[in-house]
Design a protein around this ligand. Structure first.
Ligand SMILES: Cc1c2[nH]c(c1CCC(=O)O)Cc1[nH]c(c(CCC(=O)O)c1C)Cc1[nH]c(c(CCC(=O)O)c1C)Cc1[nH]c(c(C)c1CCC(=O)O)C2
Length: 355
């Protein structure tokens, strides 16, 4: 059922009462909440200016920079949520794994995990090394007022792809080969990654984040059977690791049309959907007990205004089939996107859905 507005909507009294959190729980909203994956980043000139001269993974560990970069898209676009400026590989970096983020490429691992011994040599993440993260989150929560902060972590499978491939990959063939050839070491690797992801998430929630997103960006390369047996239990462990922390859980991957029910079953309140499956169909696949997030194709934002408007309207309409809808893109903002178009999309979604 589509969430219906209160007769006389009053402004949110706290982040926990925000439209983002309400939509995620399937409660009535004032208007459909909007945020964008990669809303902080190269589409913003003020981001490029602030980041100049600082390496990505250094910036992520500097509470001043994290706070400012996280707030930039909230100020500029009026989005309904902030997402912490960080990266999915950060828990590994903090634990001592030698990783660099190469501009225009992505994370590159100096010594990829290729053997059982490599798995057992991975350093654990000590929670007391995350003080910078708790500081940044506390500052952000103070600055954001009633706007919720979304904390996030990379899911075990997607992190394993970077560790095993040594960098970005299309087919993830080495990852799958290791998964099939060394099922026990695979299980230990994903267990470890689940523990560090849970530590990373819990630090953010304990410091005041109002929702979390687990990014399993590359899970869509797996069959449903392999995902269910070899990956889902570890993602569930991350989300279960939140314990009784009462924040909504968003769970997202790209190309996961065939996995959507399982992505939900791993313990999500909200299933993130890319542009390949329309939201009304996605709602049928995940069932009536979960909300949806998505799913405008990021490339649409490079098209003319009439196309943008038509596609935004379509996503909003199809999203009405969901228990609750968080408007987003189907994947991250492309760096060449005009920031003005993002602001326009926020305004249009609000206009179309204000009751
Ligand atoms: C797979 C993945 C990564 N990182 C992330 C994912 C999952 C989401 C997805 O599927 O895109 C998650 C992530 N990375 C970043 C955020 C910040 C919050 C936000 O969404 O605004 C989030 C949530 C910042 C970032 N992470 C990165 C940037 C760009 C670095 C820069 O600006 O120099 C940002 C803003 C770097 C990064 N980090 C990663 C890639 C593939 C890249 C892109 C490399 C490039 O194109 O230069 C790994």
């Amino acid at each position: 059922m589509t969430a219906v507005a209160d007769p006389a909507p009053t402004p949110a009294s706290s982040p926990a009462d925000s439209d983002l959190v309400r939509a995620a729980r399937g409660l009535p909203v004032r208007r459909t909440p909007v945020w964008f994956m990669r809303q902080a980043g190269r589409s913003l000139p003020e981001y490029r200016a602030l980041r100049a001269g600082t390496r990505m993974l250094e910036a992520c560990q500097d509470p001043d920079l994290v706070t400012e970069i996280t707030l930039q898209p909230v100020r500029r676009h009026g989005v309904d949520a902030a997402i912490l400026f960080s990266d999915i590989v950060l828990p590994l970096v903090v634990a001592g794994v030698d990783i660099e983020i190469k501009p225009g490429v992505g994370p590159v691992v100096a010594h990829p995990v290729r053997t059982v011994a490599d798995v057992d040599a991975l350093p654990p993440l000590e929670p007391d090394r995350l003080a910078f993260l708790a500081t940044a989150v506390r500052r952000l929560v103070a600055e954001l007022g009633t706007t919720p902060l979304i904390g996030f972590a990379g899911a075990p499978f997607t992190l394993a792809t970077y560790l095993i491939e040594g960098g970005p990959s299309k087919e993830h063939a080495r990852t799958k080969a290791f998964m099939y050839a060394e099922p026990q070491a695979w299980g230990r690797l994903l267990d470890r990654l689940a523990v560090s992801a849970a530590t990373f998430l819990n630090t953010q929630v304990d410091a005041g984040a109002s929702a979390v997103q687990l990014f399993d960006s590359w899970a869509g390369v797996l069959s449903a059977a392999d995902y269910a047996e070899r990956v889902l239990p570890h993602s569930r462990a991350v989300l279960d690791g939140l314990g009784d922390r009462d924040v909504p859980r968003i769970h997202f991957g790209v190309g996961t049309g065939e996995l959507l029910p399982l992505i939900g079953d791993a313990g999500a309140d909200v299933v993130g959907v890319d542009w390949r499956v329309p939201l009304d169909e996605a709602a049928r696949r995940v069932g009536p007990h979960r909300s949806l997030q998505g799913n405008l194709d990021p490339a649409v934002l490079l098209a003319d205004r009439a196309t943008v408007d038509r596609e935004v309207r379509r996503v909003v309409e199809q999203g009405r089939a969901a228990r609750g809808h968080v408007f987003n893109l189907g994947h991250g903002v492309l760096p060449e996107t005009d920031a003005g178009v993002l602001t326009h999309v926020v305004e249009l979604v609000h206009e179309l859905t204000t009751r």
